[in-house]
Design a binder for this molecule. Structure first.
Ligand SMILES: *Cc1c(COP(=O)(O)O)cnc(C)c1O
Length: 340
């Protein structure tokens, strides 16, 4: 099988850079949703905890349960039916109706829609939400929002920031009126955090930067981070392709001279998105993917026993016209992960 190597030094380098920018490890919540962006939930959670990160963000209850012992504080972004609950958990409230689905006496972070219009309640609904939650003895431990365009040059970021400032004010007034503790406030993902020169929120929810990527880093002069994941293939078989012979489905790659080629045990079945005759890709060591990628193998012009298929998701993201997030997140959970 294919193999994923996770570079611990690179991960720690990224977490150090992030923590320094945020103003301390306690101001970083590492985002581990979707199998830690394909890197491996348990592996990344264990390393982040070893580094000293105390807060995590996940999508589901199952993810939260799997890492419960490693963090003091876990925000669950999108889960509806809670058959179990722990006081380490803080549940995101994405709509008013969801108050009915929350366990009695739990911790909640209210998501507020400041302009992305995807999830969250409106500023006008805050009082109704606080009252509905207090009826179920639920504690509001956080108020948050999400930026729709933090990684692009546009005024959206500043506009949503100003809406969120109004939210903070409204929440503070409500808490005073209802004699409640002021919750924590957070609005930033990776790009949002690095767009602040003086980060002053309670914490940032940092996903992609943890793994070594920041989109449009050159425009914003973001720091250079180090990719954590690399995908490796093992040689299955080798042959010499004679001039004008072709390889793989459709025979789309044709040798122009006698060429040594080998197949490696990586394919789109492993979540390595399919390359074909319209998508050229060269591995970090300069080997070319020849013809179409199959479900369980691909062909390269080498006979090395082990080859690094990629160690920078951005290179592949360009080929596939997508983002680094999709390249790593699609990698199959079945692939073995090793920490190096
Ligand atoms: C995924 C996600 C993040 C992390 O975003 P990055 O760009 O990967 O840092 C932060 N907040 C919410 C609500 C998310 O869904």
């Amino acid at each position: 099988m294919a193999l994923i190597k996770l570079n611990k030094n690179n991960l720690f380098y990224n977490l150090e850079t992030i923590s320094n920018h945020a103003g301390g490890k306690e101001k970083v919540a590492v985002v581990l949703k979707d199998n830690a962006y394909g890197h491996g939930l348990i592996e990344i959670a264990t390393l982040a905890s070893e580094f000293g990160i105390k807060k995590a963000v996940v999508r589901t209850l199952d993810e939260a349960l799997a890492i419960e012992k490693l963090f003091d504080y876990i925000l669950i972004l999108a889960h509806k039916d809670f058959h179990t609950y722990s006081h380490t958990f803080h549940i995101a409230l994405n709509s008013i109706e969801d108050i009915d689905n929350l366990p009695l006496g739990c911790n909640v972070h209210i998501k507020v829609d400041t302009g992305m219009h995807r999830n969250g309640i409106l500023i006008e609904e805050l009082e109704e939400a606080f009252l509905g939650l207090s009826k179920k003895n639920i504690k509001v431990t956080g108020i948050f929002t999400h930026h729709r365009n933090a990684d692009n040059l546009s005024t959206d970021f500043f506009w949503q920031k100003s809406v969120f400032s109004r939210v903070k004010l409204a929440v503070s007034e409500l808490c005073e009126k209802l004699s409640l503790d002021i919750p924590s406030f957070h609005s930033c993902n990776s790009a949002g955090l690095f767009r602040h020169t003086n980060f002053n929120e309670d914490f940032a929810r940092v996903g992609i930067a943890t793994y070594g990527y920041l989109d449009n880093a050159n425009i914003f002069k973001f720091p250079t981070l180090k990719p954590v994941l690399s995908l490796w293939g093992k040689r299955i078989s080798t042959r010499t392709l004679k001039e004008s012979q072709s390889v793989g489905y459709g025979g789309t790659y044709k040798a122009t001279e006698d060429t040594i080629i080998s197949t490696y045990d990586v394919g789109y079945g492993d979540g390595f998105l399919r390359l074909n005759e319209r998508k050229n890709y060269t591995t970090p060591d300069g080997f070319k993917v020849l013809g179409r990628v199959s479900m369980d193998n691909l062909s390269l012009n080498t006979n090395k026993d082990e080859v690094c298929i990629f160690n920078d998701a951005n290179t592949l993201a360009k080929v596939h016209d997508t983002i680094s997030y999709e390249i790593t997140t699609t990698l199959s959970t079945n692939i073995k992960r090793v920490i190096v």
